[in-house]
Design a binder for this molecule. Structure first.
Ligand code: C2O
Length: 578
């Protein structure tokens, strides 16, 4: 209903042009040069608060359109998507369209203080982008503070009409968004964690489509269930929107066949368990080929770091065969041990692209970024309260030992309008200090674990062919980090444990997966390649929210090229002000 009225309102205001042909809409849009192959999809997102009762308590959470998880955005490949976000909540918001490559639409990418200022309470902003050559499972989420803790939803993009999936057509499909639930305000939570200098408290629950499941207090009936017909095959769209935890997922007695990762097809890979870091999406096929019963779907922690506390109760849902009695005994799902790195690396190694396009074989820009944690020397009043990091320090995180600090207006505005003093262009392409990153990390606290602090970007020439090595470090602890790049997918040409060694690293230049978030192996490395052909400012960061808050982030500036589709358009008129 809402969507309809919005379309009509939009039409009335769009000066005499016919509203119902995509061509006309494309012509009045801001990017008239951009080819729009399909339809234009309009959505209206009202960011507001709603009451939810979970885990024995009722509280207000920020959501979109009164739904939790938020509404699904549906589109087809090459469609134009226009989403008006109206902030009716009491807190700043932006929305990021995670995995959407935003060709020539960096202004609509959404990370706060990177491509835009936040949408303040009472304000609105219209995001516009084309699903150019993209289809599959994506998600959208808030990109301000830790608001993503409650503000997220799926994006499902179908192939163009008449284009089949590269696998047998499933009987049905279901979307499962994994999250973490805190019984407190997630924006206040971020502030409290940063003020403490220490680590975050564990989530109060893991949730599947908002439901914790029966292992949690007061949640016996608060579970998600899929009713299945025996013999049929189901497509499950799995999305990890959790804030701070990587998670394992499995369905008792059922294998899953991975057919898509981060909204790109893969060669089929059959697994018992799947690990998703926050920011990762997988499509899996599951065949209901087991005896009629009620099977558990389980979501639990993957924690590769040492000495951390985390939620250890699984979120349970059901894969319920029709014909099974409602209270028939359930088949328990077994999850791997929380620190089973072996399963994670074997899943990753089995990931292969179905068709490879645009993989740069020749490289002209070699980059090497370390990623990891730091402990800053305590320099605060009241250290008992404010320096609760390891050994009385303050936790931080960094890339190439620089902890990213957000500027006061967006980097994209600063860059586009040539405003000086908000950032520097000296983010190092290689670490300033070379050492044994994994085993020789400076852990002799408090002397040596500090990072530099700054708003540094790395500038890339249009069209450069990049290889980037991401190297985990052992400062504080090694850990698997889900590193996400905005504005691009990248080819994962290699990964391994220990320090990257160009002499021995085995690279897959045949069928590497094409993804947007890579879980860099704990104490290991990953090699990614992409062509910098999308002008703008693109954030790259750890998708564990606490690591991003601590500075495990940087931004690339990709310069304009010379051709007609190689220049960043003007900012939209309604771009929020800081
Ligand atoms: Cu889904 Cu910058 O992130």
């Amino acid at each position: 209903m809402k969507r309809h009225s919005f379309v009509i309102a939009f039409c009335l205001s769009s000066v005499f042009l016919s509203c119902f042909t995509p061509i006309a809409l494309a012509a009045i849009g801001r990017y008239k040069r951009w080819p729009v192959g399909g339809s234009t999809r309009f959505y209206e997102f009202k960011v507001n608060t709603m009451k939810v009762t979970k885990l024995c308590h009722t509280r207000d959470i920020v959501t979109v359109n009164g739904l939790y998880p938020g509404p699904v955005v549906y589109a087809q490949e090459d469609d134009r998507v226009i989403i008006k976000v109206i902030n009716e909540a009491q807190t700043n918001v932006t929305i990021h369209w995670h995995g959407v490559r935003q060709r020539l639409s960096c202004w609509s990418d959404g990370p706060s203080y990177i491509t835009q200022c936040p949408i303040q309470p009472g304000q609105s902003f219209t995001y516009e982008f084309t699903m150019y050559q993209q289809k599959g499972t994506f998600f959208w989420h808030a990109h301000v503070s830790w608001l993503r803790g409650t503000v997220y939803g799926a994006i499902v993009v179908y192939p163009k009409t008449g284009v089949p999936y590269p696998f047998p057509y499933p009987y049905e499909e279901h979307t499962l968004i994994f999250g973490e639930y805190w019984d407190m305000d997630v924006v206040k939570l971020e502030k409290a964690v940063l003020a403490s200098g220490g680590g975050p408290p564990p989530a109060d629950a893991f949730i599947i489509n908002g439901h914790p499941g029966p292992l949690y207090n007061c949640s016996a009936n608060d579970f998600y269930q899929i009713s299945v017909v025996p013999g049929k095959t189901y497509l499950l769209r799995l999305i990890n929107a959790a804030l701070n935890m990587e998670q394992f997922f499995s369905i008792s007695n059922h294998k899953m066949t991975i057919v898509e990762a981060d909204a790109e097809y893969t060669k089929p890979q059959i697994v018992d368990h799947i690990m998703l870091g926050p920011g990762q999406t997988y499509n899996v096929l599951v065949k209901a080929d087991q005896p009629i019963a009620k099977y558990e779907m389980a979501l639990g922690p993957y924690m590769s770091a040492q000495n951390t506390t985390f939620q250890n109760i699984s979120s349970i849902g059901y894969f319920h065969y029709s014909g099974a009695a409602i209270n028939s005994l359930t088949q328990q799902a077994l999850l791997p041990q929380f620190n089973n790195n072996q399963i994670v690396s074997s899943n990753l190694n089995g990931l292969r692209s179905l068709n490879v396009t645009n993989l740069p074989l020749e490289i002209d820009t070699n980059l090497f970024f370390t990623i990891g944690l730091n402990v800053q020397k305590c320099n605060r009043q009241n250290p008992n309260k404010t320096c609760q990091g390891a050994n009385g320090g303050i936790f931080a995180a960094s890339m190439n030992n620089v902890s990213f600090v957000k500027p006061t207006i967006s980097l994209l505005q600063a860059y586009y309008n040539m405003i000086n003093g908000l950032y520097t262009s000296d983010f190092p392409g290689v670490p300033l200090k070379i050492y044994d990153f994994v085993n020789g990390a400076p852990n002799n606290i408090p002397n040596n674990t500090n990072s530099l602090i700054g708003t540094k970007v790395h500038v890339l020439e249009y069209g450069s062919k990049i290889q980037l090595i991401l190297q985990d470090t052992g400062t504080v602890s090694t850990e698997n980090h889900p590193i996400h790049l905005h504005g691009f997918s990248f080819h994962l040409v290699g990964s391994g444990s220990g320090n990257y060694n160009p002499a021995t690293a085995q690279l897959n230049l045949v069928d590497p997966p094409y993804i947007n978030t890579i879980g860099v192996p704990v104490g290991g490395w990953a090699a990614i390649r992409f062509i910098a052909d999308n002008p703008g400012v693109w954030f790259m960061h750890c998708h564990l929210e606490v690591h991003m808050s601590w500075g495990l982030a940087m931004a690339f500036i990709v310069k304009n090229g010379v051709g007609p589709f190689e220049t960043l358009p003007h900012p939209p008129a309604d771009l929020p002000r800081c």
